[in-house]
Ligand binder design. Structure first.
Ligand code: PLP
Length: 400
């Protein structure tokens, strides 16, 4: 009898681990490595948020709290949804968890039965399909196209829905492409969903505040109020306020789902960290200057990276609307051989050769379900990004 569970066997080990390990090995050998694989802002959490956490400790907020969030934070989350998204939720329709990740996990665990399908536009955040598998469901990846801005189209959504579809996951702006859905794009998808009343929508809005140029963020419950009673609007403080380590995410949905998620959380982690909840409260209620400041920095970096990659022979790089990722295609480079003698048979070979020969670590597209591409996270300094782009250009120029 196997010691490890069959549930675990359904989940693949992360394909990004190999490249991360290789980058570590090379760095340990003294090689000059630039890692563009991290999915987190490189800034410190704003000072007033850190101070609020210290004050929470001194005020004795160091004990268990209500399982799915302190009332003050739930109220602040309702105010945030009203202020920024025009959405009316009551505290009973809100849940707080250990990161947006736990919110997604709770929702899938609380709702999926064997055979239930979850539509996931590809390329996708690596955790979606594996969470669906852990919850016993079936992920249904739908490949988006670069010429559609890596956005799921209404036709693709319609074609993917079956009588087993329980959820569709929307992530705008997206990890890994940075693609953002406009109000019109979301309305197109909403029109399809209105014809399928049993399908719920999981709106992962974690990159809401990282949008550039004149792109305006919308979330589907706001675009189509008739869907609101089957939408889970998920968000968190990780990316908006440089708080990845604090582990606070939240979601708003009809009470039936929120109660089920809370029940699950009560028997697994209990409340998210009390101190982090007070920090998140300060983030949502305090000065919001950090958001505009970080947005300006990320926009500048996006422009730098897109221009740098467009200068690389054989790379096609779309200009994303948001987040801090670009997802260029290497379609034209497949079949070539690197200066170091590696055949670029697929995007994994590209990423491996790029790392070995130039020291730049990127994540290959197969990890996100759409090839041949790679993802760069530009959450690092302009100097490092310029250096990385120059190395990638040299690598591409050396391909025969
Ligand atoms: N959703 C997406 C698309 C992400 O990229 C991430 C983190 O990388 C998360 C959700 C979860 O973020 P957290 O658990 O830190 O709130």
């Amino acid at each position: 009898m196997s010691f490890l569970s069959q549930t675990l066997a359904r989940v693949k080990p992360s394909p990004t681990i190999a490249i991360t390990n290789r980058a570590r090995e090379l760095a340990a050998e003294g090689r000059d490595i630039i890692s563009l694989s991290a999915g987190e802002p490189d800034f410190d959490t704003p000072a007033h948020i850190r101070e609020a956490a210290k004050a929470a400790i001194d005020a004795g907020h160091t004990r268990y709290t209500a399982v799915d969030g302190i009332p003050e934070l739930k109220k602040a989350i309702c105010a945030k949804f009203k202020r920024e998204n025009g959405l009316d939720y009551t505290p009973a329709q809100v849940t707080v968890g250990t990161g947006g990740k736990q919110i997604l996990y709770n929702a899938l665990m609380a709702t999926l039965n064997p055979g239930d399908e979850v539509i996931i536009p590809a390329p996708y955040w690596v955790s979606y399909p594996d969470m669906v598998l852990l919850a016993g469901g079936t992920p249904v990846a739908v490949e988006t196209e670069m010429q559609n801005g890596y956005r799921l189209t209404p036709e693709q959504l319609e074609a993917a829905i079956t009588d087993k579809t329980k959820w569709v996951i929307l992530n705008s702006p997206s990890n890994p492409t940075g693609a953002g859905y406009t109000r019109e794009h979301l309305q197109g998808l909403a029109d399809v969903l209105l014809r399928h009343p049993d399908v719920w929508v999981l709106a992962d809005d974690i990159y809401e505040h990282l949008v550039f140029d004149d792109f305006k963020f919308w979330t589907i419950a706001q675009v189509e109020p008739k869907l609101k009673d089957r939408v889970l609007t998920m968000n968190g403080v990780s990316k908006a306020y440089a708080m990845t380590g604090w582990r606070i995410g939240y979601g708003a949905a009809p009470e039936i789902l929120i109660k089920a998620m809370s029940k699950l959380q009560s028997q697994s982690t209990s409340n998210p960290s009390s101190i982090s909840q007070y920090a998140a409260l300060a983030a949502l209620e305090g000065p919001q200057d950090y958001i505009a400041e970080s947005r300006a920095v990320f926009e500048r970096r996006r422009n730098l990276v897109v221009a740098g990659l467009r200068d690389c022979p054989g790379i096609t790089c779309p200009k994303p609307e948001g987040a801090f990722y670009v997802y260029p295609s290497i379609h034209h480079l497949i079949g070539k051989t690197s200066a170091g003698g590696t055949l670029i048979a697929d995007d994994e070979a590209f990423a491996t050769a790029l790392l070995n020969e130039t020291g730049v670590a990127v994540v290959f597209g197969a990890a996100f379900g759409l090839s041949p591409c790679f993802r760069i996270s530009y959450a690092t300094s302009d100097e490092i990004l310029a250096d990385a782009c120059a190395r990638i250009k040299g690598f591409c120029e050396g391909l025969k």
